[in-house]
Design a protein around this ligand. Sequence first.
Ligand code: SF4
Length: 718
Amino acid sequence: MQIIIARHSGVCFGVEKALETVNKYAGRSEKVYTLGSLIHNKQVVEKLEREGIHAIENLDRLDDGIVIVRSHGVAPEVYNKARDRGIQIVDATCPFVKKIQNKVKEYYNKGYQIIIIGDKDHPEVKGVNGWCDYSAIIVNGVQEAAAIGHFEKICVVAQTTITHRLWNDVNEVMENKGGEAVFFNTICNATHLRQQAAIELAVKVDAMIVIGGFHSSNTRKLYKLSKEICENTYQVETAADLPVDKLKNVNIVGVTAGASTPDWIIKEVVGRMSNEENANVVNQKEEINEEIKEERKVDIPENSTAIEESKAGAEENEATADDKETAAEQEETMDAMDDTMVSLKQGDTVKGKVIAVKDEEVVVSLGYKADGIITREELTGDPTLSPSDIVREGDEIEVFVKKLDDGEGNVLLSKKKVDVERGWAALDESFQAGSPVEGKVVEEVKGGLISIVNGIKGFIPASHIDVGYVENLAQFVDQVLPLKVIELNRRRGKLVLSRKVLLEEEREKRKQEVLNSINAGDRIRGEVKRLTGFGAFVDIGGIDGLIHISEISWNRIGHPSEVLNVGDEIEVEVLGVDPENERVSLGYKQTQPHPWDDVTNKYKVGEIVEGKIVRLVDFGAFVELETGIEGLVHVSQIAYHHVEKPQDELKENQMVKVKILDIKPEERRISLSIKEAAERPKKQDRKGKETLTVHTDDEPAITIGDLVGDILKEDNEE
Ligand code: SF4
């Protein structure tokens, strides 16, 4: 069996302190009294009686002895009366009640009308009223509050055990009752916390044991709440009442106890169960105490002004060494509690520890008198995430205090708001610095995309998705994109993002890097991006360089597409860089083998080959022997007879046989002859004239006949 003791159960902090104080005086030789019944628990009262500590109603018939003031506290005249009569007072007033007394005294002295929300007959309220000379107006409902007059200054406090609903309702009325109004929510959540802890535990266990007096109303309430959740719920006053038979074969038993049940009774009950069933005991209450101790170590500065003030107050008391020790402990605790009570207010951002993660909410311990609740909606802006996706038990998180009381005593918190505030701050920083952010695209909307950046929704206009037009925006949904903030208005909640600007900036950066790193003659790789009539644009990593059409091929081409295609990955040679105008000239043909390189191996002088006439000019015809290799047939080499113009004999694209007369690879020149590739016509020998071929190495072969033939012809014909 496993036994789990609820994290909030048994006597509250204030009563526990009072019990500890009383125990120190048990068995003394002096007469020891408590002013009023210390606690509404039959077993405790009987035990104190046995130890010689009796409850009295007032000091009227007392002349000596020690009187312990219970946790409810008393009016100041009780201390005065005791001093006058030589009675020693041991003050076990709960620190929370002490705090109310101090506030009332302080504001009464400043001239405020004190208003106490609570029960005028409750001993705590009676005592508090004494700290303002019984001038307080005590209201216990909205109607009573509405009936009081208007005051220049009012100070409103609460009896520690009223409901938060009553506090809120009355305060709404009280806000109009004073020219200046101060409110101190002095409600103690001890009862509420016990009920909440019992409910949380009842869900997890097979049986619940509720310990407390059968006539204790708060214990009966715990029993009722537990029973509604766990059918096997039993109420016991002492260990003797345990339904041992019914607990056999039960795996997990939860234990809670009313606010008037001291620890020793809980221990007896748990001890009997664990003896019977050899059980393992988990005391959630002790875990909480450890947490509080740790928090105190960190939070309470030794030289705190509040501690000093409390110490000064303690010195005024005529107390024994033990009394002083008790007072100091209380002051320290009060200071710690006071610290949280004062510092936690609506609108604060504070740190807390996650103590429970449920399907629809997260419970956070703030070190405050009530735990905080973060609803699922206040946890995150992403509806697809559940609480367990975001936090785990034990996590320390920052939260925003939305409301100190949701009507049921819980502090309402928001993590989303903290995240959003942080998100805006980070976005603003990025906006100012021009630095990129990361955003997840969550949906496509009219005109663009919605992206979440730092928990904040931003709009990416369609024109800012990419540097070019994007047809299908949906392809980006669910993608995480680097983005740039281009417009931000925190007040209006406006956030506009751009991927395009970032891409352009990156491209510009790369472009400068490329321009600074390349030089004429470098060979680099690039991708053909665009073809035009005058050349091809090639992306060389951030910048587009141009290959002029004349630099694409060793041959003459009519259009770049004859050699290149968009998307081709090619090697190019840098022909020139103009950083000022951001222009780069490239050559493609330079990276290709030149056909002239081994022309002498392929062609020999005297050889007759076939070629195509690619161009006719006045002085001859250019004949392409193969791609990139052209030779010239001088006009004189076209035919044996005189040719006035090459066009008279030849046509472009005509295939002709030519004889190679000369090859000069270094000059990339080949001299060709059509006529020598053909048989000499017989009629040319008709007049027995001889022709003599003369030409230099540098020029196409030209005959003397070509030069003077016409003259001779004319002479001969005369
Ligand atoms: S104020 Fe709270 S802690 Fe103090 S005695 Fe009352 S219920 Fe207990």
